[in-house]
Design a protein around this ligand. Structure first.
Ligand code: ADP
Ligand code: NG1
Ligand code: MG
Length: 423
């Protein structure tokens, strides 16, 4: 679709609903530079917001209906009278992401439902690892909040608490996701990447070296995460590893996030990686897991829609999580000392770990990374959940001419976070 102007959107809103919009909320996508599949273990990550974004125009209506429409006709309109009984979805449609944000805010505000009209328009390539889904959740949450409270919504709730609320709401579509995407999209400041840490959520703005150019490249494959179980399989495998390590270290914490286990054990990354090689089995069936940790401990790890899993890869998944968390620390240091070569080396290692140990790449993504590396990229890796979607490539500014003829989506500079305009 061609770029749509604010005026066109405004006109479409009035034409669709016969009322004026009250607010416009704009939320960016994000590209993760390093730190993949570790946010749900509470390890720090290193993303930045991108210019591609989702925009929503919103108003209260007097029809006692919740109505969502999309500027792009490929997404059909959705409507429900209030009270709308929605509690979540296991095969999400686009409207379900909006309902996540809407429900999160109504519950937080303890607000009665009211009639709303939303018109959405998004330019983030969907299902491509640039987190279009969280952008939908966040615009919907902020639009709902702004229809309830007056003035600056971030005087009412801090950006950190708002991002946390959105992160807790998105799993209503059935994915056991971490909080990286909502945090990146809500906390970003223009011009800087972010180092994000969790529990409690906090972020640090990080300047990227001036001679570092990040290129986002689409592999021309997509994965709708909500429609497959790959992501949740990885989350559950990590939780089982945590239960095995807790037993090994005699820890009584109820947490099954690997960062908590490492912190409580007092082990360094090197030490815990060695222990993983020594004591974590590579692959177990469900019965073998029960034999090893007991049915109760396995049950603690599972959720309703993951109870059906029967096989678990463990050692290589754990190797990825701990080594990737370590790479984030090293990447931050390399970035601070403007060592772009080292940043590239770490990105390449991250991609290998994602591809081999976490098995979340695909042929097309591997081929893109290889192609760019052949043309002088310092580093290239899949970004986001993977199994399709985009790669992020690091080039030295002087070498960008080498890739002029290669396919690319955009050259990315750190963009700004979610924002609201009241008409
Ligand atoms: P990612 O977050 O990596 O982009 P997900 O699979 O998590 O991928 O989410 C993609 C889903 O988000 C799409 O299937 C669609 O339901 C929704 N989505 C993304 N962009 C739009 C859009 N512009 N309009 C409507 N829905 C969208
Ligand atoms: P994408 O692919 O953008 O949906 C997902 C998760 C993140 C994180 C990354 C992998 C959601 C909302 N986002 O991103 O929390 O785990 O994968 O690092 O599910
Ligand atoms: Mg997503």
């Amino acid at each position: 679709m061609n770029a749509v102007t604010d005026e066109q959107l405004h006109e479409q809103f009035v034409k669709t609903y016969g009322i004026e919009p009250e607010i416009r909320v704009t939320c960016p996508g994000r590209v993760n530079l390093i730190g993949e599949h570790i946010d749900y273990h509470d390890y720090g990550v290193f993303p930045m917001a991108i210019d591609a974004s989702t925009v929503i125009l919103a108003a209260r209506n007097s029809t006692n209906n919740i109505v969502f429409s999309n500027f792009d006709p490929k997404y059909s309109s959705w409507e429900s009278p209030i009270p709308c009984p929605w509690q979540g979805s296991s095969s999400p449609k686009w409207s379900d992401y909006l309902l996540c944000g809407w429900k999160g805010i109504l519950d937080f505000e303890k607000s009665e439902q009211f009639g709303i009209s939303f018109l959405l328009y998004g330019t983030i390539p969907p299902s491509s690892g640039l987190s279009s889904s969280s952008s939908l959740v966040c615009v919907s949450a902020l639009a709902t909040l702004c229809l309830i409270v007056q003035g600056d919504p971030f005087q009412h709730i801090s950006r950190e608490n708002f991002a946390h609320l959105c992160a807790k709401s998105e799993p209503l579509i059935g994915t056991l996701s971490g909080g990286m995407d909502q945090a990146a999209e809500v906390l970003a400041s223009e011009g800087t990447a972010l180092r994000i840490d969790f529990n409690p959520l906090r972020s640090k703005n990080i300047e990227l070296p001036e001679n570092a150019v990040f290129v986002v490249v689409h592999s021309n494959t997509e994965l709708n995460k909500g429609a497959t179980s790959h992501y949740n399989e990885r989350v559950i495998e990590g939780r089982i590893v945590a239960q095995i390590l807790k037993r090994e270290f005699s820890l009584s914490t109820p947490s099954f996030r690997l960062k908590d286990i490492q912190t409580l054990s007092g082990k360094s990354f090197e030490e815990i990686l060695k222990i993983v090689e020594e004591i974590i089995p590579e692959e177990l069936t469900k019965d073998q897991v029960i034999e090893l940790i007991g049915n109760d401990k396995l049950e603690e790890c599972l959720t309703e829609n993951t109870r059906k899993f029967t096989n678990f890869k463990l050692r290589s998944r754990a190797r990825h999580v701990f080594s990737e968390a370590h790479r984030v620390e090293l990447f931050e240091s390399a970035c601070e000392s403007k060592d772009i070569k080292q940043m590239g080396v770490l990105m390449n290692a991250s991609h290998r770990s994602c591809a081999i140990d976490y098995e979340c790449s695909c042929e097309e993504l591997d081929a893109i990374c290889e192609l760019y590396t052949k043309h002088g990229a310092l580093g290239a890796r899949l970004t986001g959940a993977g199994w399709g979607g985009c790669a992020v490539v690091l080039m030295a500014a002087d070498d960008v001419a080498n890739i002029e003829k290669l396919p690319s989506l955009f050259v990315s500079k750190p963009g700004q976070g979610i924002r609201v305009h009241r008409f």
